[in-house]
Ligand binder design. Sequence first.
Ligand code: ARG
Length: 592
Amino acid sequence: MSMPTLPVVSQTEPSRAVLDSFRIAIAKRLSDTLPLTLEQAFTGVDYGKKGEDFTVALPRYRLPGKINELADKVVTDFQPNEWIESVVLDKSFLHLRVNTTNMIREVLNQVDSLTHNTPSKLPEYGSNESGKGKKVIIEYSSPNIAKSFHVGHLRSTIIGAFLSNLYKASGWEVISMNYLGDWGTQFGMIATGYEKYGSQEALEKDAIKHLFDVYVKVNRDAELDPQVKVEAAKWFKRMEDGDEDALKNWRVWREMSVKKYEEEYERLNVKFDVYTGESKVGKEAMDGALTKLEEMGLISDSDGAKRVELEKWKLGNAVVRKKDGTSIYLTRDIGGAIERYEQYKFDKMIYVVSSQQDLHLAQFFKVLELMGFPWAKNLVHVNYGLVQGMSTRKGTVVFLNEIIKEAGNVMHEQMQKNEDKYAAVEDPTMTSLEIGITGVKIQDMAAKRINNYTFNWDRMKSFEGDTGPYLQYAHVRLASIGRKNPHLMPLPPASEIDTSTLAQYSHARDIAFLLGTYPDVVKVALKTHEPSGVVTFAFRLAHAISSAWDVVIVKGEEDLEKARAKMYLYECAREVLAAAMRLLSIRPLDRM
Ligand code: ARG
């Protein structure tokens, strides 16, 4: 059955978001009756609240004449068609209901065809092409070698992975980048301490932990003996000057740390295209930047060190070069951005860094802007608030692998409480780890990222409420219907499934409509850089599915046609739930 053709509206993609067609149909109705162009009318068609499909707030159009007279005109003229079923006037709002049978069929078929029939498998349902031909660098995670991996880095990792997936789903070419804190005076400290406390064996066993231990010890020494810091500064100077002897150990440390991190990121379903770091920023880029700033009269001398003056922009004054000539964090970021532009010619570069560094980011963005780089306006800081209370039962967390392990253990214990279910799990260690990680991620992305939140292990492991385990459970349950009804699987091609029998179930309608909104959920997330909208969507869908279970029943449905239609609905729902979870960097489980 094919639907009547509609006019084209810019910025819409009905072939990827079929609810756009329904909106266009509504807009067309309005523009036929009221003095509005199609595009004008379209901008006023919003999703409705509380069970309404679409709502139009008439005053928004600022049309001459009385609102109720305009509304009357629309309502009296109204004839149902293949797109729209009814219109209701409520004060100055028009609520429009789409044709149920057609909406269900169109949405499910679109989900199905974009999930199964795209040659490259990507882009799947929900994706769009708004970023086609554009390139974005997304820098995230960026822990410091030899210091702790704190929860701030975990947030950056989680949000950054989401953004990478999101930009890919929007057609962008994405370069995900990990900018390691692998340079700076602390490496002089470690080198100094390593002579006394270093052990090859401990290093090979767990480089990240060993370097941290050495760093802690040498810092303790430094408190007693000021000479330690002097030694360390000398050592770092030698590193900056490229002295091979001073760099040899450091190279090994870096490489071993990266290797370890890579394993841990893989557990989290996170991958980087590029591992770079503060050490990789070239001297030329930094020197060039300093010269230019000096020429522009923005540099002042402060006790032998150089400062850039940003007071005029309420960004303070910031040291860009130390007295001994060594570089610092800020200078490396300035030089790093210049080099990245030269290498990648990005259209946008996103830094996913805690809001504690708002000033730092604002400073170096400003410096780059003052230096006249036209691309400086394409730098974006995606910030986030603090996490409190994420310590393991043993104490404060210091390392990423501890967080991961604890998430797995906490979840494993929780699952063991239900003996029967637990006995049926194929690989409990793997499964609990995956669910635990889901729990951590969901808690992190559930609210606006700028909010601080207190991490809660009890909530993380709970199967009740809007939690990670609940979401995984919802997916597992969907995946199990096919297994429990093998006579229906695999389903015939969409063209042979009669979905019209679903129209009698309001629950089926709710699910289909929600599925239809998913492409817009992705678009909004791209605008706001917020994962929370996707999380909310996933839970709304999970709830809609869970209320459908006892009403839209597959098991025991004797009419094969009807059973297939229901199965098809659940299959599509599973695909979209899985797509939303993957967008959030979560691996959807088929069994638990
Ligand atoms: N390594 C830094 C830290 O842990 C974060 C790096 C953020 N990115 C940047 N380009 N400054 O604080």
